[in-house]
Design a protein around this ligand. Sequence first.
Ligand SMILES: [Zn+2]
Length: 328
Amino acid sequence: MGAGGRLGYAYKLGGAPNNRRQAERPPYKWIVFFWKMKVHTIDLKFQGVDGAIAAFLIESGGELALVESGPTSTLPALRAGIEALGFAVADVKKVLLTHIHLDHAGAAGWWARQGADVYVHPRGARHLIDPARLIESATMVYGDRMDELWGEMLPAPAERVVSVEDGEQICVGEVTLVARDTPGHARHHHVYACGDVVFTGDVAGVRLTGQAYLSVASAPPQFDEEAYGRSLDLLLQGGYKKLYLTHFGEVTEVEDHLTRYRDAIRAATVFVRDRVAEGVDASSLHILYEAFQMEQAFKAGVPAEVWGRYQIANPTAMSADGLSLALK
Ligand SMILES: [Zn+2]
């Protein structure tokens, strides 16, 4: 679990001692930090694996908000993570979803039923209130593994679902987060910016902690390379100093990351386009695309064990399906 925040400011206390207690202190200046926002990264231990899916707990001015609910299957880990930080689950009043895929928003209905307001892209709102279509399309991808992977997705009461447009602000304690429409991975995708940090959902890709390799988040059915490019431009123009990736954690070399991610999307798109042009079928494409990505990962120093975690966070077969679907 990490804590950080770019919005702290410092008070310098010092000068002539004005009482006995202060006079006894060492004669150097005291610096006290008052953080406007603290971000706690909570590892949801998805499928029993470390560092695959995160939720972020924002703490500011006595208020708590979550970015991402994670799936229902990881609610016990999320609740334990919140409690381990010394907070009560009931104190989380706002849940900001980057998009409605089950690994990010599966437990949103549960939170809404606890009384939290759930903030979501306008294209996602109705699917939280009535998740039938979301469940149906996920079942087409995951089949009988739905329950094991994601758990039950509960419908959210409509009065708890807040649809947020591009540029809308959400207050949490002393800070304001700004939703930005960022399609490319999905059309119902927002990032949430706060000062010089931004919570990127899947639009800045998948990069596990301590690794350089970037895995392209292109799950079906809404991967769109052009839209992705525009969203990455928006992030680059934002001049952010820190990204929080749902898969997984903090990235501080922002420009390098975003520029390399754009290249990775291009390379993946060209690879799949060429294989499809050669007449390769879907299951062969899965194998070829995995080999293509593994080669890049291993060249970038990803150990075999970590490759397994990348496959849990962002399966290459699913990414290949999304890339090939976009060609149709
Ligand atoms: Zn995701």
